[in-house]
Design a binder for this molecule. Structure first.
Ligand code: 3PG
Length: 391
C-alpha cells in the first residue's frame, strides 16, 4: 500500500488478492458482507492512483477444474459494484490474460476453481504473476493458506506487497498480544476444544485471564469433575483442559468454570430452556449456554480488563433462549473501557446481531487466520511478502 500511496502505480497493472469469501444463504444472497466492505479501501486506493486493477478471491471450497454456478463470485461482484458505485465486470478463464485499462477494475472469477490453486502449483502461480506489474496481497482471511494466488504469485510477481487490510490486521492483533494494556483477557469459545487447543495453550502462557465458553467450556467442566449430561464435549481432551487450568492457576488466575448453565432436552429452535446450577445437570440434559450468574461473573472480569481478545460465542446464540451468555458478554465487551479485538465468523455474527460493531476496538476479517495470529504463528502468505521486501 506504500507503493500505492506514493503514486507509483499509475498505469501499472495491479493484481489484488482479496478475501471476498462471504457467507451466503440457500438462494445465494450474501448474509454478511464485512469482508467485502473491508476490501474497498485497497481497491479504491489503486483505482484512484490510476492503476489497471484486477481483483480476485476464492469463494467456498469448490472442486478444482469444475466451475459450478454456485461457485461464482457474481453475487460478490454485484455487492462490490454497489459499494464502489461503479460497474464491476466479472471475468471467467482469466489465467491466460486479462484486459483492463488504467483507472478500470475487473473481478476475476473464483480463483480456487483453477487447477493447482490449492497446492500452489508453480505453473499456475507464474501465469498469475505474469498478469501484473504489482501483486498486492490484501486477503488477511486467507493469509494462513499457501496457495497459488496467495503464496506462489507473491514469489514470482515483479513486485509483491501487503495491502492495507492485511497490514492493519497483523498490526492490530500483534499489538493486542505483545504490548497490551493489562489485564489482558482472552475469551475462547465455540464448539470444540480440538480446533482451538494450540491457541488455548499459547494464550494461557500470555494472558492474565482466560475465559472459555460454548462446547469448549463443557470439556473444562468435565475436567473439574462436573457432570454435563449429553452435552457436546471431547472427553479425550480432559487432560489437556486440566493442564490449561493448572497453567492459569500457577499464574494466579483460575479459569472460570461455569457455576450455572442453560440446558434443554433437545437442540432446536423451539427447545425449552432451563437454568440450573452447574452441579444439577441431569444425564439427559444438553448444555446450550452459560447461566446468568456465570455470565455476570465473566462480565465483571471484562469490565476490569485493559484488553479483551474475543473469539467464539458462549452458547447457541442463534436461538434466543440460549443467547443470554453471548448477549451479556457482548454487552460487557461493548461497555468495557478495555481495547477489544474480535474475530471469527460466529463472533462477527454475534457482534452484528447485538449491533455493537462500533463498540469493538478492532474487528478482524479472519477466521482461521485470526486464530493463527493469536497463536503467535507467522502466516505463510505474509512471510513470503516479508522475504520479498528483504530482497
Ligand atoms: C475463511 O473463511 O476463513 C477464509 O476465507 C479461508 O477459507 P478456507 O478455510 O476455505 O481456506
Amino acid at each position: 500500500s506504500d507503493l500505492i500511496q506514493q503514486g507509483r502505480v499509475a498505469g501499472q497493472r495491479v493484481f489484488i488478492r482479496a478475501d471476498l469469501n462471504v457467507p451466503q444463504d440457500d438462494a445465494g444472497r450474501i448474509t454478511e458482507d464485512t469482508r467485502i466492505r473491508a476490501s474497498i479501501p485497497c481497491i479504491e486506493m489503486a483505482l484512484a492512483a490510476g492503476a489497471a486493477v484486477m481483483v480476485t478471491s476464492h469463494l467456498g471450497r469448490p472442486t478444482e477444474g469444475e466451475f459450478k454456478a454456485e461457485d461464482s463470485l457474481a453475487p460478490v461482484a454485484r455487492r462490490l459494484a454497489e459499494l464502489l458505485g461503479r460497474k464491476v465486470p466479472l471475468l471467467q478463464d482469466w489465467t491466460g490474460g486479462v484486459e483492463v485499462a488504467p483507472g478500470e477494475l475487473v473481478l476475476l472469477e473464483n480463483c480456487r476453481v483453477n487447477k493447482g490453486e490449492k497446492k500452489n502449483d508453480e505453473t499456475l502461480a507464474r501465469k498469475m504473476a505474469a498478469l501484473c506489474d504489482i501483486f498486492v496481497h490484501d486477503a488477511f482471511g486467507t493469509a494462513h493458506r499457501a496457495e497459488a494466488s496467495t503464496y506462489g504469485i507473491a514469489q514470482f510477481a515483479k513486485v509483491a506487497c501487503a495491502g492495507p487490510l492485511l497490514a492493519a490486521e497483523i498490526d492490530a492483533i500483534t499489538k493486542a498480544l505483545k504490548s497490551p494494556k493489562r489485564p489482558l483477557v482472552a475469551i475462547v469459545a465455540g464448539s470444540k476444544v480440538s480446533t482451538k487447543l494450540s491457541i488455548l495453550k499459547s494464550l494461557a502462557a500470555n494472558v492474565d485471564q482466560l475465559i472459555v465458553g460454548g462446547g469448549i467450556a463443557n470439556t473444562f467442566m468435565l475436567a473439574v469433575g462436573l457432570s454435563i449430561g449429553k452435552s457436546l464435549a471431547e472427553p479425550d481432551l480432559v487432560d489437556e483442559a486440566r493442564a490449561i487450568i493448572d497453567m492459569m492457576k500457577a499464574r494466579g488466575a483460575a479459569v472460570p468454570i461455569p457455576i450455572d448453565v442453560v440446558v434443554a432436552d433437545e437442540f432446536s429452535a423451539i427447545a425449552r430452556a432451563n437454568k440450573v446450577t452447574a452441579t444439577e445437570v441431569r444425564p439427559d440434559d444438553l448444555i446450550l449456554d452459560i447461566g446468568p450468574r456465570t455470565a455476570a461473573e465473566l462480565a465483571g472480569i471484562i469490565a476490569r480488563a485493559g484488553t479483551v481478545v474475543w473469539n467464539g460465542p458462549m452458547g447457541v446464540f442463534e436461538y434466543d433462549q440460549f443467547a443470554g451468555g453471548t448477549r451479556t458478554l457482548a454487552a460487557a465487551i461493548a461497555h468495557s473501557p478495555a481495547f477489544s479485538i474480535a474475530g471469527g465468523g460466529d463472533t462477527l455474527a454475534a457482534i452484528a446481531k447485538y449491533g455493537i460493531e462500533k463498540d469493538i476496538g478492532y474487528i478482524s476479517t479472519g477466521g482461521g487466520a485470526f486464530l493463527e495470529v493469536l497463536e503467535g504463528k507467522t502466516l505463510p502468505a505474509f512471510e513470503i511478502l516479508e522475504q520479498r521486501a528483504a530482497g
